[in-house]
Write a protein that binds this ligand. Sequence first.
Ligand SMILES: [Zn+2]
Length: 657
Amino acid sequence: MVIDRINFLKDAINRANYEYYVEDNPTISDFEYDKMFAELKQLESENPLFISPDSPTQRVGSVSEKFFPYKHKYRLYSLDNTYEYEDLEDWYKKIVKEYGPQELVCELKIDGLAMALTYEKGIFVRGVTRGDGITGEDITNNLKTVKAIPLKLFEPVDIEVRGEVYMPKESFEKLNEENLKNGEKLFANPRNAAAGSIRQLDSKITAKRDLSMFCYTAILTGNVENPPKNHYDSLMYLKKLGFKVNPNIRLCKNAKEAVEYCKEWDEKRFSLDYATDGVVIKVNSFAVQQELGFTSRAPKWATAFKFPPEEVTTKLIGIEESVGKTGAITPVAILEPVQLGGSTVSRASLHNFDEVGRLDVRIGDRVYIKKAAEIIPKVVKVIDDEEHYKLPEYQPPVKCPSCGSELHIHEEEVNLYCDNPDCPAKRCAKIEYWVSKDAMDIDKIGPSIIEQLYNKGFAKTPVDLYKLSMQDFMQLDLVKEKSAFNMYNSIQESKHRPLSRFLTAFTIRNVGKETAGVLAQEFSTLENIQSASVEELSKVEGVGEIIAQDIYDFFRKPETVQMLEELKSLGVEPALPVQNISDKLKGKTFVLTGTLQSMTRDEASEKIKLLGGKTSSSVSKNTSYVIAGESAGSKLDKAQKLGVIILTENDFLSMIG
Ligand SMILES: [Zn+2]
């Protein structure tokens, strides 16, 4: 019967959505998914009577004239909040005095938009914004496009669920990049982007935005057997029904453990892919919750701890002009030390001198600084009060702070450059880059050692490192025999790194780690690259004519030729390429994206190469397969657009056997 097939497909697709968007653990390939989706759509168009509201085809969206107000059946309260741990402890003490020690549930407070979702017999029937807590707006059609929201629950219950719709940070960045390209307005933060996306009258636009939702409150409106008796169990129950519940919830025994949770996440929050501005702490027991009740605006059994802001002000006490390996001079803000996002900050990025001019940063200014995940803090704004205008305007340097040479602006670039090949700062930066993790990975040699080696005349170039003896290291300040041995040794160990690392370390113009990897893969040996023509080089993926010319020119410079000869005479040569163990994947190009479970991406590309295949960093029509791990991003989108076959990790594992 056609209805059986429709039901089968509906369930299978809803299950796949759940695995992908709620559990982050897809078990079928996008190809299978698309095939089932197409079949369901076909069957429904032939049998329109069988289209039901829980069908995944109903997620595509429609256009509304306006949103209608909807009065909430159960009021959405706000939460009292505090920035002080002490307030949290006081709140707990008051409860303990009356009801004895209580378990507390800690949850990250997601910086998104609160929603109330209604399900009847397990089917999603209505989604309403928080509004003022009493009346919101019915945006059911828009919420249907959010794939983390189940259209049909695993149990046919009547329930109202609350949660927070949010936009992952990565999707927010991507959306802003696109808007910038199209000359559209930029969103200030992920929360604004989520708000702008969820209240679109055309829900097809909402569908295109990558929104998700964490759920945190369950109100059972019908009868169920063994309803949850405390908040923690109700969260587990929501999970069981198919909702996405934040994985970082914790059941704490007392306020002390809750404070620890807050401290822990104040530090770790920047590593998350969504914005969180604090922690919600709730009394676990429903019985005690009921006893405690509400004030006029907030429950007495819950409170929120707010993280200190990610943006703070401090005084800019100087601008350091730092010389990079290419000779580019970059300004770095030196700050009066200030606490920001759990650490003390005394330096911040100013990008380049154009940015300094744009911000009108002057030494002595009070400035706003901001921290983002794993990125050094940056100066975002100057407080332009009266004091600011009394300060002298900052003048970019005209001479190199290291060697005093006159600085130049290179064509079509904003940076100032020191073009003196013997500039000490530039030479040290080159050696620093040579030993860095992405290049030759000589981990025992740090910036201060390099400076000493340079100043004592022991190492003026990276090549000189390989001429050093243990005795040379012993002559440096504060270096004892053991560390001298370690330094010497870590240099010796780097003599036969893979070709890709050599190519990175050479600092060829426009050739970074990625391109170096592709070149090494394509040409196998240094000799092959050296003798390659511009035409041959430009055929390599990601290497256009300009980069090809840069590479070609680099290998013909007399100083390059001399460097390579010297390295060779010192026994420093790339390791021979690993021999393929089979040709199973010959002629196939793979692109890896997202996080894999059973191996790292580097390990996966190693496997592909051993089987004769190739990997690339970008998706094009020449890509044979995209292997998509967890939280795969724009590469996956591009693969879908180009119709490239997408493999899950399991698909890939069974392909390579
Ligand atoms: Zn210089």
